[in-house]
Design a protein around this ligand. Sequence first.
Ligand SMILES: NC(=O)c1ccc[n+]([C@@H]2O[C@H](COP(=O)([O-])OP(=O)(O)OC[C@H]3O[C@@H](n4cnc5c(N)ncnc54)[C@H](O)[C@@H]3O)[C@@H](O)[C@H]2O)c1
Length: 312
Amino acid sequence: MKALITGGCGQVGSHVAENLLARGDDVLSIDNFATGRPEHLTAQDRLTQVEGSIADKPLVDQLIGDFKPDVIVHTAASYKDPDDWYSDTLTNAVGGSNLIKAAKENNVGRFIYFQTALCYGLKPMEQPVTLDHPIDPDNSSYSISKTVTEQYLRLSGLDYVTFRLANVIGPRNVSGPLPIFFDRLSQGKQCFVTKSRRDFVYVGDLARYVVKAADGTGHGAYHFSSGTDVAIIELYDAVVKAMKLNDYPKPDVRELGPDDAESILLDPSRTFRDFGDVDFTPLEETVRRGVEYYAEHGVHGGYTHLKHEEKK
Ligand SMILES: NC(=O)c1ccc[n+]([C@@H]2O[C@H](COP(=O)([O-])OP(=O)(O)OC[C@H]3O[C@@H](n4cnc5c(N)ncnc54)[C@H](O)[C@@H]3O)[C@@H](O)[C@H]2O)c1
């Protein structure tokens, strides 16, 4: 199989690429290294790496026209700066529409997308959130611009799967609390922990199911979620444990900010029905692998699309 992976040097993209390459597939990665790093993909025969942006329509048309992928795995996303609407719309909306148009013109058989659970709004009307929950993305530039591409996919008539995700973590994770906790704790700095709960899933688990989707399983929207959530303090404790810290500053436990959600718990029942049961990696093991990665490669990022988290 031939797979075009956008954001192939990011957390999710690189794990999917490794799985496909390991079984002998051909992979073409396009990445502009906004948040990904070139060393996340090891050079090998069946891998072609292009440095460039999916917002560059002539480049996207040329790559898809020449490579003629069987599947596009579209992980590239912009989210680094909540006020940078320009970059978010260019990558998340224009980039997405470029890929979908080129996929249609070149008869690409499958398209796999990754949507944010923030598309349901900051205060979802139900817990767990079902796939029928109204779409209400106007809480962030990231969420608005990510939703556009999911809507273009529906419009396109392509055979697609969109995985709606809450929190995917593990090695190469550059956003959210895991890299921030590691970074601050390794400098002996205090962390703040909000009184929220999240469902953290291991990137390697998601990558296995993306390969199944690339092979033809599933149609439409899915939640890749364990269906249970943990308090952020439990993630923090797992980081402390994985770092083997005995002496560290106690965290500052804070109330939720105005643009934060108390819990984002997604109903995974359709995923289990169509893809089979998922053997989720436990949180402690997931965090241990993430910490191992940061210890070796350092922390790059610690990005968040939530404004109040910036004021640390
Ligand atoms: N990680 C999560 O918790 C989470 C939650 C919800 C949704 N998602 C979605 O899942 C996908 C993968 O997330 P991730 O954790 O791997 O993020 P990531 O930041 O690790 O990977 C994104 C990759 O896209 C690349 N990229 C950004 N702009 C680009 C552009 N214009 N052209 C080409 N490449 C570009 C980045 O350099 C990076 O390598 C994203 O679409 C994200 O919106 C992730």
